[in-house]
Design a protein around this ligand. Structure first.
Ligand code: S3P
Length: 425
């Protein structure tokens, strides 16, 4: 494939889109959300909120409009809440619903049914929530019983950094008696904290701890603009870096510092890019990123970097394959509990395109860059980030046939269209 040229509009951030619907649902005035990501995951959140009486209007054009029912207005859903493939929908809503005076049962697709939920159930139960899940309170389906009395604020030390778990606890803390503090080993994405501020709810942040207190007042803003998703921009950043003759501008990329690990790692690998037109909107920073081709070389990073690039490892591994020398990634055990076991998926599938280049351990991934590339048939495993990273691998290499490619709809429905359009100019 020739180099990437021109401009690519980056679709809305998935994490921020989820939170924009959830937090707007607790207000009582309409919130106009622009650049909302209409990916399957965020549509799952919209469907769950509608099932609890929230009005979510979507004309399929520039914005969606959410009119909530007030902090205490959510209604008991008549059916089972289906989070689909979305860990964010499930985990954040568990936190939001644990304090409510009604019953809610969750399910999800086969991938979500395998993912660990004990990490959310445990702290919420410590706060007094009554939650029952399959396999000893660890897996879906999960039922949250009506809270008979207010939850109690806690101080909770998380064993692993996770924005989903942190956010669930903070949302429950919004309704608890006393203050709730979450301590993380490393700071994970802070979109919940930032958006709570936009709704007039202060959070106190110190190092890698966050505290929230219950509120009486909650003010929905009139509008939220969702910046582009750096996790989606990552595919083009890597592809443009690898392909010769690239000169492309990625428009409207969110550059919240808790998400920019990919920029730091790519810079260390020798990538050539610059952030232009940096601006702030709704408490989130965004920029246009110009990327030109570069000679990449291997690097090493570990656990402290992980929360800032957790979703980008599959595409960073592609960059590393085309780089000179080895790349060593440690402290990456969380990848085993994502939409698929991504360490296993990377070694199984990428080695078909570059035999012998990828080795994984319990929580490590080593990539021997610059080995012989070939064409191949690979499985997405219905994991959206694996499908897109495989497409980047194939486009930069000798081609790939991806089995079950449609899962990109989870986070980037226009991905293949953009790839064929941008790549053919
Ligand atoms: C997300 C947090 C991350 C990330 C996921 C989205 C969020 O999960 O992998 O895609 O929106 O909070 P963890 O923080 O649980 O690792």
């Amino acid at each position: 494939m020739r180099g990437l040229r021109g401009e690519i509009e980056i679709p809305g951030d998935k994490s921020i889109s989820h939170r924009s619907i959830m937090l707007s649902s607790l207000g009582s005035t309409p919130v106009h959300i622009t650049n909302f990501l209409r990916g399957q995951d965020c549509l799952s959140t919209a469907a769950c909120m509608r099932a609890m009486g929230v009005t979510v209007e979507d004309d399929g054009k520039d914005e969606i409009c959410v009119t909530g029912l007030g902090l205490h207005g959510l209604k008991e859903p008549a059916g089972i809440l289906d989070a689909g493939n979305s860990g964010t929908t499930l985990r954040l809503l568990m936190g939001l619903l644990a304090p409510q005076p009604f019953l809610a049962t969750f399910t999800g697709d086969s991938s979500l049914c395998r993912r660990p939920m004990g990490r959310v159930i445990q702290p919420l139960s410590e706060m007094g929530a009554k939650i029952a899940g399959r396999a000893g309170n660890k897996l879906l389906p999960i039922t949250i019983l009506p809270a008979e009395k207010p939850l109690q604020g806690i101080s909770y030390k998380m064993p692993v950094a996770s924005a989903q778990v942190k956010s669930a606890i903070l949302l429950a803390g919004l309704y608890a008696e006393g203050e709730t503090t979450v301590h993380e080993p490393f700071v994970s994405r802070d979109h919940t904290e930032r958006m709570l501020e936009a709704f007039g709810v202060p959070t106190i942040r110190q190092g890698s701890s966050v505290t929230i207190r219950p509120v009486q007042e909650y003010r929905a803003p009139q509008a939220i603009h969702v910046p582009g998703d750096i996790s989606s921009a990552a595919y083009w950043l890597v592809l443009a870096s690898i392909l010769p003759d690239s000169d492309v501008v990625l428009k409207n990329v969110g550059i919240n510092p808790t998400r920019t690990g990919i920029l730091d790692v790519m810079e260390r690998m020798g990538a050539r890019f610059e952030c232009r037109n940096v601006r702030t909107s709704g408490g989130e920073r965004a920029a246009d990123i110009r990327v030109v081709s570069a000679e990449l070389h291997g690097t090493a990073f570990g656990a402290e970097m992980m929360p800032r690039l957790i979703d980008e490892i599959p595409v960073i591994a592609v960059a590393a394959a085309f780089a000179k020398g080895d790349t060593v990634i440690t402290g990456a055990g969380e990848l085993r509990v994502k939409e698929t076991d991504r360490l296993q998926a990377i070694t199984n599938e990428y080695n078909r395109l570059m035999p012998g280049a990828f080795e994984s351990g319990a929580d490590t991934l080593v990539i021997h860059g610059g080995k012989m590339i070939r064409e191949g048939i690979c499985k997405s495993g219905d994991d959206h980030r694996m499908a897109m990273s495989l497409a980047v691998f194939g486009a930069a290499g000798k081609g790939v046939t991806i089995e079950r490619p449609d899962c990109v709809d989870i986070s980037y429905p226009a991905f293949y269209t953009t790839l064929s359009y941008t790549g053919s100019r």
